[in-house]
Design a protein around this ligand. Structure first.
Ligand SMILES: C[S@@+](CC[C@H](N)C(=O)[O-])C[C@H]1O[C@@H](n2cnc3c(N)ncnc32)[C@H](O)[C@@H]1O
Length: 297
């Protein structure tokens, strides 16, 4: 039988405390149960708050498992497919990949290596692909006022800022996520302007030239989706929404508006299958595009 040393006990108690704090943070939510988005899952908000408090966690937040459960999980193979789509859509953007790699300079994302491109986060490639789609659908000028709902850390805006003319972007998300986004965006010099706000802080008195939301509006519960429709979506001339709920076969079923209900609530829109295709039947809602050509579903 070994000797029980009080010093060792105190030391190991301390270590266990540290271990527990590091690996099992208490769940933290922003919204009440029933009013939460799928990403307000307890772990994500807790990690974002920790990244805001602790520079060591901020330095690597993009590769933390609790963050990657929500963002930064595009695989190397999908990254390759996004590259091919950008090559097809808008080869001029490929020539600017070095500029877009700026998005990978914070948070230590997991990078993939592609021939002729070098190392880049596959998630950044998805933001470049979305920018190529926005340019194909809406042209070079996004308008004086654009809204983005569910912004991650501002990666899509950072890429858009290099590609488009626009006046100001209104960014909607959860309070700690907005703070993280400002932290990230303020590390850069942007051409346009942005404001961060929660939906509750917004009076709903503004018209928008474009609203976009990728894998975010579709992850909200119906009550919150209806509030976004009333204050933002119905007031926007153009829209681009990547949806992972609302149709049979989508990954998220339950408390989300169906595609049929969205047809009654939003301006008349077209539906496109998400590319690259996945087994999830995700789709993209678009309204107000230039030169509609009848290729939607
Ligand atoms: C799956 S992520 C998508 C992020 C980003 N659009 C992208 O494509 O990388 C979902 C986003 O919705 C945000 N979100 C969660 N609750 C929200 C709310 N109530 N209002 C707006 N955004 C919310 C999350 O913080 C996160 O930024």
């Amino acid at each position: 039988m070994g000797v029980v040393c009080p010093l060792n006990m105190a030391f190991s108690g301390n270590m266990i405390g540290l271990f527990l704090r590091k690996f099992s943070r208490a769940a933290e939510y922003v919204a009440l149960k029933g009013k939460r988005s799928l990403s307000d899952d307890g772990r994500y908000v807790s990690l974002v708050r920790e990244a805001l408090r602790d520079p060591k966690v901020f330095a690597r937040f993009k590769r933390h498992p609790d963050y990657r459960a929500i963002l930064e999980h595009v695989t190397e193979d999908y990254g390759r497919q996004y590259l091919e789509l950008v090559r097809k859509n808008d080869p001029s953007l490929l020539a600017r990949l070095e500029e877009f790699k700026e998005n990978d300079q914070l948070g230590d994302p997991i990078l993939s290596r592609y021939p002729e491109v070098g190392e880049i986060s596959p998630s950044t490639l998805r933001y470049v692909y979305v920018a190529s789609e926005l340019r194909r659908l809406f042209g070079q000028d996004l308008g004086a006022r654009v809204a983005e709902i569910g912004i991650g850390y501002g990666g899509q805006l950072l890429v858009n800022d290099k590609v488009f003319r626009y006046g100001e972007a209104h960014l909607f998300d959860l309070p700690p996520v907005l703070e993280l986004t400002s932290r990230c965006l303020e590390a850069h010099v942007m051409r346009g302007a942005y404001q961060t706000m929660t939906l509750n802080q917004h009076p709903g008195d503004k018209d928008y030239d474009l609203v976009m939301s990728n894998y975010a509006f579709s992850e909200l519960p119906v009550e919150l989706q209806l509030a976004y429709v009333r204050k933002i979506l119905s007031r926007s001339k153009r829209g681009y929404l990547t949806m992972n709920s609302g149709r049979p076969g989508n990954p998220f079923a339950g408390d989300h508006l169906t595609l049929e209900r969205l047809r009654e609530l939003l301006p008349p829109f077209e539906v496109f299958e998400e590319v690259p295709s996945t087994p999830f039947r995700n789709y993209v809602i678009v309204w107000g595009r230039q030169n509609p050509s009848g290729d939607s579903l």
